[in-house]
Design a binder for this molecule. Structure first.
Ligand code: SAH
Length: 235
């Protein structure tokens, strides 16, 4: 189904995802429309508007747009625009989703009150994400105002200094449901996390973990997925 949504331009790609129901929220559509995916896959500019993952170097890939859309839609109810929502994007890689999430919580002009921290364990990638974001005026503004911060570190531990977070996105598959991440969720807050199954077949599922206003945690198993694993940093 992925290739059917591909476009010749960024606008066409996002419109195709919307028309085919892979994006259902106009807010997510607009947040993705205002980030040019080509800025975030500099090594494969001709494939930037395909609805498929693309290599970004360091053995990493930028995820497929329909996966980014589905993560945003899941987290959306916990990320109201202009209300100071805090978001953590773990395995931020290219920085594409970090920028889209910032558009959701700060508005496409970047002027609203919200904050997104992107964390990746490869410094070359956090440096690259910063460069990618600097390709647009809006991206530069988000970095200059500190509404987007890109950190190098082990995402399995989260980033407690910036929390608690209304929304946590995990962009690589975890071996376990890291307790430190659940602790960093705001009340209320939601985490979207791919977790490896214990069935021994290598299957993975998205889990949606909610913390309610009283701190009660509930977990729901969502769709089957294929993500690269969350690992130790390469030496
Ligand atoms: N969401 C990003 C990248 C997805 S690929 C994008 O779409 O561009 C998964 C990313 O997770 C890679 O960039 C990889 O470096 C990162 N990663 C893997 N293990 C990690 C860990 N323990 N801590 C932080 N980042 C990690």
């Amino acid at each position: 189904m992925a290739w059917r949504c591909s476009g010749r331009t960024n606008a066409e790609l996002i419109q195709n995802l919307y028309t085919r129901g892979l994006i259902t929220s106009p807010l997510v559509r607009d947040a993705m429309s205002s980030v040019d995916r080509a800025h975030y896959c500099p090594s494969s500019p001709n494939a930037a508007y395909e609805d498929s993952p693309q290599p970004i170097g360091f053995g990493a890939t930028i995820s497929a747009p329909h996966m980014h859309a589905s993560a945003c839609e899941s987290l959306l109810p916990f990320m109201p625009e202009g209300k100071g929502a805090k978001v953590l994007d773990i395995g931020s890689g290219s920085g594409y989703l970090t920028h889209v999430l910032a558009n959701i919580v700060c508005g496409a002009d970047g002027k609203g009150d919200g904050k997104v921290v992107g964390i990746d364990h490869i410094k070359g990638l956090t440096d690259m994400a910063r460069q990618n974001m600097q390709r647009s005026k809006e991206g530069r503004l988000l970095l200059e105002t500190g509404k987007v911060e890109l950190i190098t570190g082990d995402g399995r531990k989260g980033y407690a200094e910036g929390g608690p977070y209304h929304a946590i996105h995990v962009g690589a598959a975890a071996k376990e449901m890291h307790q430190s991440l659940i602790e960093q969720l705001e009340r209320p807050g939601r985490m979207f996390i791919p977790v490896e199954d214990e069935d021994g077949w290598g299957s993975q599922w998205i889990w949606v973990v909610d913390k309610d206003k009283d701190g009660k945690v509930s977990r729901k198993k969502d769709m089957g997925v294929r993500y690269v694993p969350l690992t130790d940093a390469p030496t």
